[in-house]
Design a binder for this molecule. Structure first.
Ligand code: FES
Length: 112
C-alpha cells in the first residue's frame, strides 16, 4: 500500500495535511478527513459539488478530464484553469505533495 501526502487549503485559508492511499479519489479522501466538500452525486458526475482547484505544478500530471467531466465543471462556480472534479481524480504516487484548494462555493446541479 503506497501512501502519499496531500494538502487541502480550506475555505478559511488554513492548510490541512492528510495521508492518502493510492487509488482513492480526492473526494473520498477529503470526506474521510472531515473536510468541507459535498459530493452530492457520490461520484456519478451529476453535480459539481466536488469541485477542487489543483496546484498548477501538479495539474499537468493528472490524466485529462473526460468530456463529461468538462461539461460538469462548466457548471461549477469559481471555475479556474486548474479546476477538476474531486470524484474523478484518483491518487497516484506521483501526486505526493499535491495541494488542492477547496472552493468556497459549490453549485449542486442535480435536478436542474
Ligand atoms: S460528486 Fe458529483 S460530480 Fe463529483
Amino acid at each position: 500500500m503506497t501512501l502519499v501526502r496531500l494538502y487541502f487549503i480550506k475555505h478559511d485559508g488554513n492548510e490541512v495535511e492528510v495521508t492518502a492511499e493510492c487509488g482513492a479519489s480526492i473526494l473520498q479522501i477529503a470526506q474521510e478527513n472531515g473536510l468541507e466538500i459535498e459530493g452530492a452525486c457520490e461520484g456519478n458526475m451529476a453535480c459539481s459539488t466536488c469541485h477542487v482547484i489543483v496546484d498548477k505544478e501538479f495539474y499537468d500530471l493528472l490524466p485529462e478530464a473526460s468530456d463529461e467531466e468538462e461539461e460538469m465543471l462548466d457548471l461549477a462556480s469559481g471555475l479556474r484553469a486548474t479546476s477538476r472534479l474531486g470524484c474523478q481524480l484518483l491518487v497516484t504516487s506521483e501526486l505526493d505533495g499535491m495541494k488542492l484548494i477547496l472552493p468556497k462555493e459549490s453549485r449542486n446541479m442535480i435536478g436542474f
